[in-house]
Design a protein around this ligand. Sequence first.
Ligand SMILES: Nc1ncnc2c1ncn2[C@@H]1O[C@H](COP(=O)(O)OP(=O)(O)OP(=O)(O)O)[C@@H](O)[C@H]1O
Ligand SMILES: [Mg+2]
Length: 268
Amino acid sequence: MIRIVHGGERSRSNRGNKMIEIKNLNVYYENQNKKTQAISNLNARIPRGEICAIIGPSGGGKSTLLKVLAGIIRNYEGEVRIDGRTMDPKIHRIGFVPQNYGLIQWKTVEQNIFLSAKLKDGKKQIDVEFYENILEKLNIKDLIKRYPNQLSGGQRQRISIARALLLKPDLLLMDEPFSALDAMTRESIQEVFLAVWREFQVTTILITHDIREAIYLGKKIAVFSSAPGTIIRMIENHLLGETDLKFGEEYNTLNRRLRELLKGELSS
Ligand SMILES: Nc1ncnc2c1ncn2[C@@H]1O[C@H](COP(=O)(O)OP(=O)(O)OP(=O)(O)O)[C@@H](O)[C@H]1O
Ligand SMILES: [Mg+2]
């Protein structure tokens, strides 16, 4: 089990009614004078401490939503609030694992992992014990002196996850964070993530294309529409963290329901 030296108590005591609230969100991209809508009238409430898994068709606007929540896309219509305050990366601690990992090529792995926490708190505040723990659990200890272009896709992904976790974020945003990992590594990193989540209770939004992963990791499962994207169903999932899901009746029913919703979106 990963021990978190400072953040856990702070997070637990702050929970109350706190949540992420998204109201009437609309996002447009403008390229060569052409305006296309990527997100349409999206509403969601995610209570603090929960994991919300997002599944949906490719091109539906899932990454766009995460970029809004990360403060990368600032030009949007609607409201995005964290604990009642308009989302602002300067105020909130937001850990982001982008779909393309977002590593800086000319910095070493270690420098990349330190980056967000250092920018937020300064290097002296980095929790070295926690850092070493993360390196060990994610099995990336031997990589810290390398540069990103000397790593495999799955290794880059784990570096990006390490960077987001080291920040001890209030909100953790992960865009298909386990997609490049082989089946065994994927299972073990999912467990590491759940262990961190259980300890830290960090509010997490996680995009995945894997229905099994959504059921394993999502307390809520948000099903996205095709473009322009919105959330067509927000499902409460009681199977979070359950292993041996495949044989359970409840798992099969939920799996079927999600598949049907996705099929409907793909054919619409
Ligand atoms: N910078 C951009 N300029 C113009 N259009 C964009 C831009 N980024 C994304 N889009 C478009 O917005 C739509 C939503 O893209 P987004 O990346 O959010 O989808 P997604 O649901 O994450 O897809 P995937 O599952 O394939 O990752 C797509 O049609 C995409 O082509
Ligand atoms: Mg995406």
